[in-house]
Write a protein that binds this ligand. Structure first.
Ligand code: 1HE
Length: 262
């Protein structure tokens, strides 16, 4: 047994932000069946209680991926059902109701990278390294990576990582589009909370549209995508939040956009 379910993944609220922590550092936060169920409970809780959430990992490594000890014992049908369970739970992150920001350090490997790819913003500190060693382990990605990671960085690069088992630096991963921010060692959680707080200030309907419409439009034809975009655009425009926010801009009550401070 790998610990009681509410110890495997921690949960706390900081104002409107839910902090969800993988908490199995002795196994480098490897994801067992019970870890994935604990994650599910905390993600569902965050959708109800928070306006945005941060997923992070205790210890030197964000996540060593699938629990290989548990996986090695599984009959075929349990492996398929387990993979489908990851799909449903990670889909609840990607297409739920609130933005998720992931904070990564050390190993972001296999299923850990798949989990990160379900979040909306990825922050990596300088110690992070990314790997997809499935090929060398005799298995294949099963947590949605062939869809999400391939779309983030391209299936060629993903195939290269899986075929060679090589690790990729956070700077390289940022250039490939798999990471949104690279920050100094030890500061990923702080940066992720800052970003989550910023996203939480948006109108809820805008965040809902960003989270739910963008990945669906990505999967549509251009013509259907443009049609759905026009519906989402009009729907968000008629909310009271949009009316007030547009008025605030016109009455010069909002901060002006400026060039980023690099
Ligand atoms: C594990 C796992 C795991 C560590 N499942 N137990 N993932 C991998 O192929 C990555 C495998 N892990 C590693 O390469 C290394 O552990 C790390 C680079 C992440 C960290 O190294 P280190 O030196 O800090 O730790 P360690 O000594 O290797 O591991 C500490 C313990 O964690 C040790 O157990 P112990 O009982 O001997 O203390 C390890 O066995 C255990 N451990 N990683 C189970 N993954 C949905 S499909 C997704 C498919 C995949 O994710 S494939 C990628 C799997």
């Amino acid at each position: 047994m790998d610990g009681s379910i509410d110890q495997l993944v921690t949960y706390s609220l900081q104002d409107d932000i839910a902090l969800i922590g993988l908490n199995r550092p002795e196994k480098r936060n490897a994801v067992s069946d019970r870890v994935v169920e604990a994650l599910h409970i905390m993600v569902e809780r965050a959708q109800v209680e928070a306006k945005a959430a941060v997923i992070w990992g205790t210890g030197k490594h964000f996540c060593a991926g699938l629990d290989l000890a548990e996986h090695a014992e599984k009959p075929l049908i349990a492996a398929v059902q387990g993979s489908r369970r990851w799909h449903r739970i990670f889909d609840g992150i990607e297409r739920g109701g609130i933005p998720f920001v992931v904070a990564m350090q050390g190993a972001v490997v296999g299923g850990g990278f798949e989990l990160a790819s379900a979040a909306h913003i990825r922050v990596a500190d300088e110690t992070a390294f990314f790997g997809l060693p499935e090929g060398t382990r005799g298995i294949f990605v099963g947590g949605g990576g062939s869809v999400r990671i391939a779309r983030l960085i391209g299936s060629q690069r993903m195939g290269d990582m899986m075929l060679t088992g090589r690790t990729v630096s956070p700077q390289q991963m940022e250039a490939w589009g798999g990471v949104s921010y690279v920050v100094p060692a030890g500061t990923a959680v702080e940066k992720a909370i800052e970003l989550a707080k910023t996203a939480a200030l948006n109108a809820p309907m805008s965040n809902y549209a960003i989270i739910n419409a963008l990945p669906r439009i990505r999967d549509m034809s251009s013509e259907d995508g443009l049609f759905v975009e026009s519906l989402m655009s009009s729907l968000t425009s008629v909310t009271p939040e949009a009316t007030e926010r547009l008025r605030a801009f016109l009455e010069k009550r909002t901060e002006k956009l400026a060039a980023p401070k690099e």
